[in-house]
Design a protein around this ligand. Structure first.
Ligand code: CAO
Length: 564
């Protein structure tokens, strides 16, 4: 069946806007106009809709990519072959840009101050001046009427700079910040959350050094007439926020930073988005962040069994409901020289997941020793036989096969907990922790039960290389049933791996060493592999965990058992 190319439509003058969310994945069934990506410029975010319906066969963009008009987003198998080559009217490069696109365009236009005064100029916001006070109005935001105010970023008494964002407005597909055209002290804020605003709506009154009071809202004609009042220095400026100021704005950001669909999702769940920690780029709040926040809050409530409290919904954050004292705030520089190093994006994302998993899952870890003397001899022999072909397998490939055998024998380990149900999986996708310069990543070997040790070894080294280069796709990190974290190449004896939710167990492996083992008559040198299995006590009990470990060790001791 023919594949359709779905590309980024006309997004005005915008080139190289960053992809901050990918809303679909391989295999998804998509419909025309469904949002595929969220992109972000300095001042606005927008969702890019699909031009066709079908099934996603090949996703060509990932988080952090820069896209422009015409960038190929994905190849889809057409739902209806008749329409497969006909791009959606709305996204044809020559047609009118879609609503979100247009809003982004307008946001960019309106946030850039005009080079010269003319009737087409779009001021960053509009003011009428009098002696002491200035009123700042919503500028020309294109065809958009009655867009909802979803954030008010200033309050009376605030000292603001020209170009500082005053409010965020949102349509169905895009959000944008409306900046102030002037600097001064906010005297009053004339809009509130939920208000609907259009061009000319008064936003704030501002006391400026030499400014005067406004009387009435300007007509569009007055808006363009107001433009010449822009100081010449600003009139020359093409960018709304100078680089240094933009950096400061991002750094000092205290307001939630999320796309329209995420905000809508949070509203639907009754979540105050300002309380949700963002793990996306620039601390942007993703749909997963909202979901995780809700899960944590619900779990905290469920855990609170104090009289009269069980089953009630707390409005406190999950952390607060744990009744923890505040994190110590210490000025380390008082004690010696320091250097502040921001966490990498991957560390922030994996850290948030590890934290949630550690707090929410009742972990227990069982340790076991596996005698891998014979297995290591087999591995070395196979590597020797295949050396000419450049094929080499490490122990981890055998461990993945052994884990699959144990998961088949103990199905509750190949499961996920969903409310009061256990979802038992009939497939065997095994994740392995890979140490990368940017932090921990967990690529997944799909259908490990159907693959041999060599195939697994090859796939593992390719995925580990991709992980280190930061090139893993989301599909290559999803769908895992059980994970293995091997520190065998590095060292150590035993450790406590954290379960990779929604999985229910994880195997930690340390470095094997030759130890004296009593064989009934004498001590014999045997190669012993330390295993550490962490498991979710809500799903698995200690006896099952001991059985799982001991079965795993028996397979590793005599790999022929895997066929039994
Ligand atoms: N005992 C003794 N030696 C071991 C061993 C073990 N358990 N496991 C691996 N080795 C040896 C290998 O055989 C190899 O030796 P040679 O070079 O002599 O053949 C060497 O150690 C290096 O192996 P490796 O680490 O490159 O390969 P691997 O297949 O074992 O692991 C990978 C691949 C991607 C899992 C690993 O490189 C890695 O990133 N490990 C870290 C995982 C991690 O960070 N876990 C912690 C998560 S919690 O923060």
């Amino acid at each position: 069946m023919a594949l359709i190319e779905v590309k980024v439509p006309d997004i005005g003058d915008f080139k190289e806007v960053e992809v901050i969310e990918v809303l679909v994945k391989q295999g998804d069934s998509i419909s025309k106009e469904q949002s595929l990506l969220t992109v972000e410029s300095d001042k606005a975010s927008m969702e890019i809709p699909s031009s066709a319906s079908g099934i996603v066969k090949d996703l060509r963009v990932k988080l952090g990519d820069k896209v422009s008009e015409g960038t190929l987003i994905l190849l889809a198998e057409a739902a209806d072959p008749q329409t497969s080559n006909i791009p959606s009217k709305d996204i044809s490069p020559n047609s009118e840009a879609p609503v979100g696109t247009k809003m982004l365009e307008e946001a960019q236009k309106t946030s850039a101050l005009p080079e010269k005064s003319n009737s087409d100029s779009k001021p960053s916001s509009v003011s009428l001046e009098s002696q002491a006070e200035q009123t700042v109005f919503v500028p020309d935001i294109g065809d958009f009427q009655e867009v909802e105010v979803i954030e008010v970023m200033v309050k009376p008494g605030d000292t603001i700079k020209a170009e500082q964002s005053l409010i965020t407005v949102e349509s169905d597909k895009a959000s944008m910040e409306i900046p102030s055209c002037a600097a001064g002290v906010v005297k009053s804020v004339l809009v509130k959350l939920g208000d609907k605003v259009s061009m000319g709506t008064p936003l704030i009154t501002l006391a400026t050094a030499s400014s005067p009071a406004a009387s009435k809202a300007p007509s569009p004609a007055e808006i363009s007439m107001a433009t010449p009042a822009t100081p010449p220095a600003q009139a020359e400026r093409r960018h709304p926020v100078p680089e240094e100021m933009r950096a400061a704005t991002d750094k000092d950001r205290t307001k939630p930073h999320a796309s329209p669909s995420v905000r809508a999702y949070a509203r639907e769940l009754g979540v105050d988005i300002a309380r949700v920690p963002g793990t996306g780029p620039k601390e942007r709040i993703t749909q997963d962040d909202v979901r995780n926040y809700v899960k944590a809050a619900v779990a905290a409530v469920a855990a609170d069994t104090s009289p009269g409290r069980a089953g009630t919904i707390s409005t406190a954050t999950a952390g607060a409901s744990l009744n923890l004292i505040d994190w110590p705030k210490i000025d380390f520089a008082k004690f010696g020289e320091i250097q502040t190093q921001p966490l990498s994006r991957i560390k922030k994302i994996s850290g948030a997941n590890l934290h949630r998993n550690w707090v929410m899952i009742p972990h227990v870890t069982n340790h076991e020793d596996a005698d891998i003397t014979e297995l290591e001899a087999l591995r070395l022999k196979l590597n020797e036989e295949n050396a000419k072909a450049g094929i080499k397998v490490t122990l981890l490939a055998f461990l993945i096969k052994a884990a699959v055998a144990a998961l088949k024998k103990f199905p509750e380990f190949n499961a996920s907990l969903e409310g009061e149900n256990l979802i038992l999986k009939k497939y065997f996708h095994i994740g392995f922790a890979a140490d990368t310069p940017n932090g921990l990543m967990v690529p997944v070997i799909k259908d490990a039960d159907k693959k041999g040790v060599f195939e697994i070894g090859k796939e593992m080294s390719e995925l580990a290389a991709k992980a280190r280069e930061g090139k893993l796709s989301p599909a290559e990190m999803s769908g895992g049933c059980f994970s293995i974290s091997s520190l065998g190449g590095i060292g150590g004896t035993y450790f406590t791996p954290i379960i990779n939710a929604p999985e229910v167990a994880i195997l930690g492996v340390c470095r094997s060493s030759t130890r004296p083992v009593w064989n009934g008559k004498e001590f014999e040198p045997r190669l012993i592999l330390p295993l550490s299995l962490s498991w979710d006590h809500r799903v698995i009990d200690g006896a099952s965990a001991a059985r799982f470990n001991s079965y795993l060790a028996s397979i590793l001791a005599d790999f022929r058992r895997i066929i039994l």
